[in-house]
Design a protein around this ligand. Structure first.
Ligand SMILES: *Cc1c(COP(=O)(O)O)cnc(C)c1O
Length: 452
């Protein structure tokens, strides 16, 4: 039996309809932008293996750092213990984050990073409203720890604002992960259909469009607002209005609603800037990172928060502790990979390559507007290293099967892409050569033409 057949006997794959599932490709090696299978085929990984791989596969510098770390300390409990990679990563990351962040909380993937952000926000309001050792969930606490660090928030404060807030605000078409909390704050979609009644209530608003006015909401009721800045990734790479998001963030800030930027996908130069939040006028209070954090080599999640939030957990009252953690919180190998990936990212060479991809994407997008191969496509768009458009056949939805057809056709031509329904996109690793990038565009053109 070959690897694919052995796989079939024992494995259940994610996000994959199991009936008539095509044989999974058995990858035996990766190098730079290339993946190699057990049949000797070479594929350009044009979506960075689900948006994670920044510097290419099996990067020698990261591999070396991992080897060294694995033979030093590979894993240690993170309560009561610490280690160099975790501290160094936090030291290196904090000054790079968009805003004035105070503390890093580690977890081990994107879903847990958003789960932590939501729990942190809800408990923040629980903590600041809880007086002394007795619970006081209905508000009315006179001494208000929030005001200590909240000088930057501005705005009128009243009894209601001092009360415990439990509502969460999020965008329609959003995606923040697959665990229950993360699903709850994500759009109600085909991904969450089977769990509908088990998800907690969230107020959903549309991502802003040009000329939209602010939604009519009782802003003071909200504990937090979670958003993917500028690009909704799993929601079919939809882009939305910067000015509208600025207005929303401004309103949230005015009413002390905790702003959670989910940069799990957009982080680390995906949108051209180090973080998508850098395009915006307001910085988040909490930021969630994963995917590219380790250069896509190890599982790691980061939830960073501003001092105001952290201070609400610094107290003699043990009931105000943040009781959350995972076995592999701040795994030393993962942290080492992240430290090394950050170093590679700050290299001027890498920055130049990112700029080259951004520029090439811009040129490609403008060239397809008048290309007959693309007449049956729409919404041509690009932000940084992300490029996307829709095929006009069938419905605009994730279950549109044209994506599966396109994946198959492109693989035959040596390029791996995985459209979200009829949304075709690329998000290449930054190490991609000019030649490989040209090939990706060429294959896109051929494949799109052939599905007309
Ligand atoms: C992928 C993604 C997540 C979930 O991350 P996982 O590591 O897959 O759990 C959360 N938020 C956004 C914006 C994502 O793109």
């Amino acid at each position: 039996m070959n690897l694919s057949q052995r796989d079939r006997a024992v494995i259940w794959h994610p996000f994959t309809p199991q009936k008539q599932m095509p044989d999974p490709i058995a990858v035996v090696k990766g190098a730079g932008e290339f993946l190699y299978d057990d049949q000797g085929n070479e594929y350009i990984d044009a979506i960075s293996s689900w948006w994670v791989t920044l510097h290419g596969h099996a990067h020698p510098k990261i591999a070396e750092a991992l080897y060294k770390q694995a033979s030093t300390i590979e894993q240690v409990i993170f309560a009561g213990f610490t280690h160099e990679p975790a501290v160094q990563l936090a030291e290196n990351l904090l000054p790079l984050l968009p805003g004035t962040f105070h503390k890093i909380f580690y977890s081990d993937n994107g879903s847990t990073s958003t789960e932590v952000a939501i729990k942190m926000s809800l408990q923040y309001w629980w903590n600041v409203n809880k007086e002394g050792g007795t619970r006081n969930e209905e508000g009315g606490s006179k001494k208000d720890p929030v005001s200590k660090g909240a000088a930057d928030s501005g705005g009128e404060r009243n009894e209601e604002e001092r009360g415990r807030r439990t509502k969460v605000l999020a965008f329609n078409n959003s995606y923040h992960g697959d665990t229950f909390g993360a699903m709850s704050v994500s759009d109600r979609s085909v991904f969450t259909l089977a769990f509908q009644e088990k998800l907690f209530e969230v107020v959903f608003i549309d991502p802003p469009k040009k000329g939209d006015s602010l939604p009519d909401l009782n802003w003071k009721e909200f504990a937090c607002f979670i958003y993917e800045p500028l690009v909704q990734g799993a929601g079919c790479m939809q882009f939305y209005e910067k000015d509208g998001l600025n207005a929303l963030l401004s309103k949230c800030k005015e009413h002390q609603v905790i702003c959670i930027a989910d940069e799990v996908m957009t982080g680390f130069h995906r949108t051209g800037k180090l973080f998508a939040s850098e395009y915006l006028a307001h910085t988040p209070d909490i930021i969630c990172l994963s995917k590219g954090l380790t250069g896509g080599t190890m599982a790691l999640g980061v939830t960073a928060c501003v001092e105001r939030i952290y201070q609400a957990f610094v107290t003699d009252d043990k009931l105000k502790t943040f009781f959350h953690g995972h076995s592999f919180t701040a795994n030393p190998l993962a942290c080492t990979a992240a430290v090394t990936s950050l170093e590679l990212l700050q290299d001027s060479d890498c920055v130049a390559r990112i700029e080259r991809i951004c520029k090439a994407n811009t040129e490609f997008i403008s060239s397809i507007k008048s290309d007959e191969a693309f007449v049956h496509t729409k919404n041509h768009r690009q932000l940084g290293t992300i490029l996307a458009f829709e095929i006009t056949s069938g419905k605009d939805e994730y279950l549109n099967s044209i994506g599966t057809t396109i994946t198959k056709l492109a693989l035959e031509k040596g390029v791996f892409i995985r459209p979200l329904g009829n949304t075709v996109y690329i998000m290449p690793p930054y190490c991609i050569s000019e030649e490989s990038l040209k090939k990706v565009y060429e294959v896109l053109r051929e494949v799109v033409r052939s599905v007309r």
